[in-house]
Design a protein around this ligand. Structure first.
Ligand SMILES: Cc1ncc(COP(=O)(O)O)c(C=O)c1O
Length: 481
């Protein structure tokens, strides 16, 4: 590719490159799926600095015109011919689920996921993570972070997390309307550890706990280990069904309500502001803790309502976040916001568990936050995820049966498909795997694997995988048993 540049022009060179390439896309000079020249090649042929090309490609990516694939380069995106529908028809039956016996093994689910990721050439719509693309800065940032944390590696460190990182997270949370002090934060080994510590702090064997149905399967397993019993209150398009919530608060006096209020896992639903207010009021009335686990909040395409924690005047809610869904899960850095008297006991529990989160992991996150690379990463993810979500919605309209319905999430990583009753999920998963498509069966997200036939689909995947995967699934569902 040769790009003619006007060195005398007042238009910056990176914008000239961006404009030429977007014109080529418009006029069909390059086609969806075509690979763009590597950064080095284009820098050489156009006689510009590599950083100029990186900047031009970043803007094209933010425009939704190209995407990066780890280790393979930059590719032209599929252009959507029409916009998918914006109104979801998702309206599941409102049945409460109270499991009889423990059947939620998070280990089994993890082992299946480990096996899945080891498969080559599979279309992985079952992943729970963001794509690795766009992380070219990682090595440089990690090197700098290690250098800066050498002294801390040979010292005692704060069980609640490094003061610098806690300050940065507190600043970040202000953007979501959550104004807290770094002294309200505990940095944890992923939000999974925060959930385990909270279960120890608040739940006794035999206690009832309210969860959304469906919900994050990791928490179902934590409840089971704690000897607690889950009450699965069905989701509506606005969040947990509040009439049923009140009914079960009254009848069972649960200790805690667990909610994923923004971009819920697995449905992608964001609980509305009025629902958040009512849920908190009910928790106050029935003297119940609220654990708000907003792992996907930062991946919203449009602003989400303030967290329930931001509305909480009585230290009733605990807010959880993580960098696993925005940066990478392997660093294991999450956090919880705890106000009031339970902060110290929770720090003590954290200390007794593992002293503190790895100093290097914390330093890497700090470096991302300090340098603006985190903001850049979020912009990258939001742009490609929105485009990929639209492609998935279009493919679902094209290939799935008319009696299936799905959510239209405003961000996050997943959408949730409610399938007709006649679909046998184990058969569908098996047949899909034999055609090299991996999916998460909805049953994993219901206590005791009850609930209706459903699929959680990760849309943060390469566009070709989404189109091909949904086409295969649509055909298999159509074929039936
Ligand atoms: C809602 C929710 N909470 C917590 C977690 C655990 O994340 P982490 O990697 O931060 O432990 C996940 C991961 O799947 C999740 O979806």
């Amino acid at each position: 590719m040769k790009i003619a540049l006007d060195r005398e022009s007042s238009e910056p060179v990176y914008l000239q490159i961006r404009n030429r390439i977007s014109r080529l896309i418009e006029t069909g000079g390059v086609k969806p799926g075509d690979r763009l020249p590597s950064i080095r090649e284009l820098a050489r042929s156009s006689q510009v600095n590599k950083l100029t090309v990186i900047e031009a490609y970043s803007v094209l990516e933010a425009d939704g015109l190209i995407h990066a694939r780890q280790g393979a380069g930059y590719f032209i995106n599929q252009q959507l011919s029409t916009q998918p529908k914006t109104e979801s028809t998702f309206a599941p039956t409102q049945e409460v689920i109270i499991p009889e016996k423990g059947m939620n093994s998070f280990l089994d689910i993890r082992n299946a996921a480990l096996q899945a990721q080891a498969q080559k050439d599979f279309i992985n719509l079952s992943s729970g993570f963001p794509p690795a693309s766009g992380m070219d800065d990682l090595q440089r940032i990690a090197r700098r972070a290690v250098k800066e944390s050498i002294d801390d590696l040979f010292r005692q460190n704060h069980p609640q997390g490094q003061p610098k990182l806690r300050g940065q997270i507190a600043q970040l949370l202000v953007q979501h309307g959550l104004e807290i002090s770094p002294e309200n934060l505990i940095v944890t080994n992923g939000s999974m550890q925060a959930l385990a510590l909270l279960a120890q702090q608040y739940i006794q064997p035999g206690d009832w706990v309210i969860v959304e149905a469906p919900t994050f399967h990791g928490f179902l397993s934590i409840l089971e280990q704690a000897g607690a019993r889950a009450i699965g209150i069905p989701m509506t398009a606005e969040g947990m069904n509040l009439q049923l919530l009140e009914q079960y608060l009254q009848s069972h006096q649960p200790k805690l309500i667990y909610t994923i209020s923004s971009l819920h896992n697995p449905t992608g639903i964001t609980t509305s502001l009025s629902h958040r207010r009512q849920l908190l009021a009910l928790a106050d009335q029935y003297n119940c803790w609220v654990v708000e686990d907003n792992a996907y909040e930062w991946l919203a395409f449009e602003p989400t309502p303030p967290p329930i924690k931001a509305l909480d005047q009585c230290d009733r809610a605990i807010y959880l976040g993580t960098f696993s869904k925005t940066l990478m899960p392997g660093l294991r850095v999450g956090y919880m916001v705890v106000t009031g008297k339970d902060y110290q006991p929770l720090v003590e529990r954290k200390l007794l568990h593992d002293m503190h989160v790895s100093v290097v992991s914390q330093a890497i996150i700090s470096e991302y936050l300090a340098t603006g690379h985190y903001r850049r990463r979020l912009n990258h993810l939001r742009t490609i995820n929105q485009q990929n979500r639209n492609v998935m919605l279009q493919a679902l309209e094209q290939h799935f049966p008319a009696d299936a319905s799905w959510t239209i999430p405003n961000g996050g990583l997943f959408l949730w498909v409610h399938l007709p009753k006649t679909v046998a999920m184990p058969t569908l998963c098996r047949k899909a795997a034999s055609e090299k498509v991996l999916i998460s069966s909805g049953s994993a997200f219901f206590a005791d694997q009850q609930g209706y036939p459903a699929l959680r689909l990760n849309f943060a995947q390469p566009l070709e995988d989404i189109q091909r995967g949904i086409e295969i699934l649509g055909r298999l569902i159509g074929e039936g048993e």
